[in-house]
Design a protein around this ligand. Sequence first.
Ligand code: ANZ
Ligand code: ZN
Length: 857
Amino acid sequence: MPQHETTDAPESRYDFAAIQAKWLPVWEELQPFRADVPGDTRPRKYVLDMFPYPSGDLHMGHAEAFGFGDIVSRYWRQQGFNVLHPIGWDSFGLPAENAAIKRGIDPRGWTYDNIAQQKRSFRLYGPSFDWSRELHTSDPEYYKWNQWLFLKLYEKGLAYRKDGNVNWCPNDQTVLANEQVIDGHCERCGFLVEKKKLTQWYFRVTDYADRLLDDLNQLEGAWPTRVLTMQRNWIGRSVGADVRFSIEGRDEPISVYTTRPDTLYGVTFMVVAPDSDLAAELVADAPAGVRERFDDYLKQTQASTDIERLSADREKTGVFLERYAIHPLSGERLPIWAADYVLAEYGHGAVMAVPAHDQRDLDFARTFDLPVTVVVDTNAPVTGTIPVIPTDPETGEAVLPEDLPPLDPASTGIALAGDGRLINSGPFNGLSKNNAIHRVITALESAGIGNAARNFRLRDWLISRQRYWGTPIPIIHCPGCGEVPVPEDQLPVRLPDAEGLDLKPKGTSPLGAATEWATVACPKCGGTATRDSDTMDTFVDSSWYYLRYLSANDDTQAFDRAEAEKWAPVDQYVGGVEHAILHLLYSRFITKVLFDLDYVSFTEPFTSLLNQGQVILNGSAMSKSKGNLVEFADELRQHGADALRVTLAFAGPPEDDIDWADVSAAGSAKFLARAWRLAQDVRSSPDVRWRDGDVALRRQTHRLLADAPSLVEAFKFNVVVARLMELVNSTRKAIDSGPGPQDPAVREAVETIALILNLFAPYTAEDMWETLGYEPTIAAAQWRKPDPSLLVEESVTAIVQVDGKVRDRLEVSPRIAGEELESLARVSESVRRALGDRDVATVVVRAPRLVNFVTAK
Ligand code: ANZ
Ligand code: ZN
């Protein structure tokens, strides 16, 4: 076995810290990732990572997400694209403010200190950011455009103020959007959320509900399925009918929304939401005792969350209002109840109760002993041949067979929700559920007592917050003129200094106490007026930041339309699944609004989405308080940026969680050292002729060049790393015990390793690149095209004989099995012709060269 000189001398040991220190300043100097170089005609890609909150130093989750985004970004650059990969900070918001209150300091200083720290860590980590576009949402240069955006929505009637029952976090002393209430608790602090009646600012997302839902179809296959499902469920479009019921002693009928108009004949009572205006009005004319009971019940209702109210297994409660509705078709009297399982904010805040077919109505009916009428026979067949239902010649009504199976949800306790045929429903008897839905709607419409209707679970977006650290809402309240928008040329409305302000949450915005700031001349009449003291939800900031990166340093406009045309929408978005609903929905909404206002020409902001998993430890989420924490800074110090990045990429599919206890950064460092040493060992010059190299090694190199692109594009980063490891091993063998370090195939393999390693371990790759004789930066070096002739599998020619006479030749793999070769030979057309109807007595198989069919004589 030939032995070759290799470099295991101590001075050539892989020293990640030295390599980082060497290349970081070079990169900072060369700025290879600036995307706005004039005259650049390459096609463009926009790769975006969800921007971080500066609530401390970077953590392992950042390392993972930004590592993955960087793989994609570097990959497209190597593929010849002009890649935009910006970075900024989502620097307004409660975490910063609460931390500042706790420490008795200014949220501004605290925030910007953290940004500086995260920035230092980022720089060392080495992602391919275009730092020239860095933005902070808490800069007036940024939030000025939030205010501009608000005014645009306001002009269009898409931003408005109303009274409403809002989610209130008693701990943070601020309202929350529905999206920020998780299982009835505050998303930020975990406190139980209450309902409170307050005047708040909203964005009219519901106007876009259909488009937000329908356009999800465009993202099919490009966004994770579960995110699409979560968005669809959140928007929650339901289809049915509005039905009007007249009320005894009230002129106006009440409307209810139902998805089951087919069950109209099964309505046995009505239920209104206790916290609805309707309930208040109905109870106003009720006997005094009822009013008292109702008031108590209302208080109890207000203390519970929507989730609790809707939960199926909760004991049903309610108050009979001693009022009656009239069934629109049968004319029956229906008692009206108030009960908390009906929500004020959905549909019309009232339901027609059909206990036989709706579980919550059934539970309620059993609790309060209300009648149950079955109107859909769920045992009757619906599919298959439709039985002819005889009708009574006099009434024209269906005559149903006597032997109906027993149906008694009142005693079984289970509502019959399924499909079936209508019974007890007058002219609709015998129809299937779906046909009945259509017939009943038509009947309601022609009688003028109802119509087809749809409803959405989606609510308008509550955007005002009673907190300091956010974008001031650019509205002035004038005693004479009412709401007056701040004129655009007076933007930004800057936050007043935090000094002297009590930031502690107390239910009203701290900005209101900044009297000097709040008192202004009305832009319309010049009289004394006050600024709106609320600030915007920080999801407003992040709803359009991807556009601000395109014109980050432009102080004349939010973003430049031409830049948006060039770069947007984002080609690849990378971030956590925790943003599956809120942030993505709001960004999609704002994008559609900007499209309608003709600021952009596209309607979806993020063409493709990758959700990375979490970095966990010993099976559970990391948490400092539980002592279950891996610090990014420690890992970075101990293993270096490259080993960290390789470990994260190699751990598994990026969507899966990574348990830091199961991976080995030290192992990754060893792999990098092996790769790095290969470059030291190459003994040929950069101008060698590849085709003189060892074929086996060349084949492996070119197969990786051929396979890696589709693997990267399918986010199979771990597979690419595994394939790199194989190639490193083969190259090491080729150097030590194969054709040797001067073989051109060795250089070709090592250059390929460096080029692909650039996606995962940019420092190591850059250093290898220099050793191999090239100028920085390797990030600008282009992907190499595989040589097709090295990709075809070798083959041998197998001879097929019949009774010793050559009848066919087959190109087969040299490793083909005997049975496989025989069956290939058997189906050969010329063999079959030669055999005719003779039987084969013996088959001689010598894989891979020969098959001989010997016939019976
Ligand atoms: C009668 C009925 C019969 C219903 C039946 C269902 C089944 P989705 O699909 O979520 O839109 N509903 C209407 N408004 C409500 C409110 N404000 N609070 C609570 N529940 C309300 O659900 C629509 C159904 O939820 C409606 O259809 C109504 O009950 C109830 F066999 O009407 B249904
Ligand atoms: Zn005025």
